[in-house]
Each structure stands twice: as structure tokens, then as C-alpha cells.
Design a protein around this ligand. Sequence first.
Ligand SMILES: Cc1cc2nc3c(=O)[nH]c(=O)nc-3n(C[C@H](O)[C@H](O)[C@H](O)COP(=O)(O)OP(=O)(O)OC[C@H]3O[C@@H](n4cnc5c(N)ncnc54)[C@H](O)[C@@H]3O)c2cc1C
Length: 433
Amino acid sequence: MNGTRVVVLGAGIIGAACARELALAGLEVTLLDRGGAAAATTSHGEGNILVSDKGPGPELRLAQLSRRLWPEVLATIADRSPAGRRAVAAAEWDPKGGIVVATTEAGAHGLTEFAAAQRGAEVRAEALTPDALRAAEPFVTDAHTAAVHYPQDAQIQPAGAAAALLTDALAAGATLRTGEEVLAGVARGGRLTGVRTSGGLVEGDVFVNAAGPWSGTLAARLGAPFAVQPRRGDVLVTTPLPPTVFHKVYDADYVGAVGSSEEELQTSAVVESTHAGSVLIGSSRRRVGFDDRLRPEVLSAVAAKALRLFPSLAGVPVMRAYGGFRPYVPDHLPVIGADPRLAGLWHATGHEGAGIGLSVGTGRLLRNLVLDEPAQTDADAFRVDRPAVLATEPLPEAVSAPQAVSAPEPRQQKPTQQKRTQQKPTQQEQEGA
Ligand SMILES: Cc1cc2nc3c(=O)[nH]c(=O)nc-3n(C[C@H](O)[C@H](O)[C@H](O)COP(=O)(O)OP(=O)(O)OC[C@H]3O[C@@H](n4cnc5c(N)ncnc54)[C@H](O)[C@@H]3O)c2cc1C
């Protein structure tokens, strides 16, 4: 495969992880992004690396692979160069463990059953007595009905983690091109051979769609539409506090909110401190397209849930709030693999609220698939041609127009003004940019 040209479309944490694995394998990798590296969803979330919120199945196995890889990958990057060492320090890796707290009898029952099933899938899930919970989290509510400690959960600073992966990809020979939007694909003989960008034509042998919540739109531009959509989430950030929250702590309702497909607002308490002392308070889930307005009612619902878990946070100053768009697939599983409809097109997307944690496992799995190596985790569940992924509805005119074009194109020819007009991004994209 040496000499194979890979073009990764999107430089968020998923694109960075894929670019790193493929560049380290000796492929010639170019990473394209219309904005800056890690500037979209990756810098608009929290940084929980969780096995605790996943039931037995393929996503848990990908999470377990990722959890094993994270410390290994970070140590390798730090050892490679002083720049790598600095990047890893900025990623703030913290294997602090998670604690899930139920506050109702029904919640306690659900949590106990869920943890028992996870233990059968090699997740460490340790029931905590009230005294043990008090020792681990002195400020958590007394009104709890059950608690489980997950020592394998960890935390990372997402943009820092993406920068560390990217630093290593560049050190391995990858090239990063920012401010360059992918507008359309160029196909020859049923194979994607190039992408037309705002900067010209970029040719390649393998194209990896890693455009996060915009990957559905990008897939449509390349002529292979599918159903990845945005699912909004908002987070509150307190001013730096004295030590108050020692693990990643969330309420037992969170797993239900993650697994639901409701368009309407879902909230649950997810609370954790950062190295700088601020406490991050999440989280919400809403399907509102790319509407990026912060809503007071969402923020107050998130705050109310957090106060039930940590009453001592009442009165704590909130420094800021932000939100982002999780890349959502209706069956809640990522999409990783080759697109059977268009040779040369691959996808690594749809990680919803777990893309930071799952990034390194995704990069490894994609490399296994591209190089036809034995896969380190089960890839079948993430295949592109599953009913939840393939769009069956006709796409709106504005999205479906710039499909992969089949006419031969001279190398590096700039797109004409007329073609750019036809390929104008949809209203949704402009709002989400
Ligand atoms: C509030 C919130 C909290 C979260 N908390 C967590 C958490 O605790 N743990 C966790 O694991 N995950 C969490 N997530 C999810 C996680 O942030 C995402 O799954 C992850 O960042 C997705 O990364 P990505 O690289 O796929 O997408 P992105 O980071 O969005 O990257 C995609 C890139 O593609 C580029 N792009 C798009 N279209 C084009 C185009 N046409 N041409 C060129 N470039 C293009 C974009 O500019 C962007 O940089 C959270 C998300 C949110 C919103």
C-alpha cells in the first residue's frame, strides 16, 4: 500500500486519529478541513472516555479497544519528540474513573442490572456502599439509592487530544490543509478519484469522510448520501472551584438519554472537574438541526439536574456556556468502513456523544480495514450498508445537486464560478459553520 494517497476529509479528532494511523502505516496522507483543525464539534464537547455508559455489544468493544489504546498512544507520541511531549501534556489525560449515582428506586434497579450485564463483558463495575460513595465524592447528594464505581473511565481535554494525534500524524508525514471546503467529488469508472475543494482539485486513492455532524451533507456532495445528522448538546462551565468533584460523576438517567432517539430535549447530570479547577456541567440532547442558539430553558434544566446530584454547586458562578452538534445516527452506532456504493470512499463518523473516547479505536479499525489487516474489533456492526445509515428519502435539491461528477477533470484545475454556484452549501451548513 506504500504510495497510496489518502485524503481525510475533516480534521476533528476522528480525522486526526485516522490520519495518524494511516500515516504511521506508511500511506501518503492529506487532511483537509474547511475551518481549522479540531475547531468544530471536537472543541465543543466534554472529554469523557467512558466504558460505563455502554452496554455489552460492538460499541462497548470499540470503547474498550480505545481505552486500552489511549495511554499507549499518548506515551508513544510523548516519546517521539519534544513537540509530542508538549502536545500530550496539553491533552490532560486523567484516568480518574467514573461514578454513576441513582437517586430513585427505579434508577437503582436499572443501574444494578446494567452494571451486572457489563461485568459479563469485562467492564469493572464496583457497587459502592453509602460510606464508600461519601469517601469517594464527599459533596454528592445524600439522597442516593445506589452508586457504581467504574475505574476504567477516564477524561481528556478534547482539543488537546486532537492536537496530540495531529502532531503525531504530521510527524509521520501527513499534510494538513485548513480553510479548504470540499464541494464535490470527481468519479471515474465508478470510483472516487478526487474531490473538488474551494482550493482546487485534490486527487487520491482513498477518501475518508470524517466530517462529523456534516458528514451526511458531505456524503451527499460526493454522491453517496446517508443519514448522519446533528444532535445538539449544551454545557455549563463554572469558575475555578476548590476541589468539589473527584471523578466523572453522572446520574443513572444519562444512559437512557444517550440511547433515546427523541427529538425533544433530554437532560441528565454529567459533572466533572477539569485540571484548571472549573467544573463542566452537562448535558442536554436535542435534535434541532444546526441551530446553534443557546437556550436558557435548556441551560436551566441542565443546571437543575446537576444540583440534584451536587447540591453544593448551588450559588457557584457560571463562567460560560457553550454547545455543539453530536454526529447522530438513528441506531446510535458509528459508521466505519468502505462505502459499497462508491469505490474509494470510506467513512469514519457518527460517533454521537462518544467520538472523543472512541477516536483512537476508530483510527485503528479504519487502518485495519483499509490495509486489509485482521480487525482489532468487530467491524460489521459499523458497516455503511445498514438500514439506519443509508438514506432512503430523496435529498433536497440543494444537497443532492453536487454529486460525484464523472467527467474527466484536468489535475489542479480551479472550479468555475458557475460550478461553485451550483455547489453552494445548503442553508443548514451555513448556519452550522
Ligand atoms: C456537548 C457535547 C458534549 C460531548 N461530550 C463528549 C464526551 O464527554 N466524550 C466523548 O467521547 N464525546 C463527546 N462528545 C462528542 C464528540 O465531541 C464528537 O463525537 C466528536 O468531536 C466528533 O468528532 P469528529 O471529528 O467526527 O467531528 P468534528 O470535530 O465536527 O470534525 C469534523 C470536521 O469536518 C470539517 N468539515 C465538515 N464539512 C466539511 C467540508 N465540506 N469540507 C471540509 N471540511 C469539512 C469540519 O470543519 C470539522 O472540523 C460531545 C459532544 C457535544 C456536542
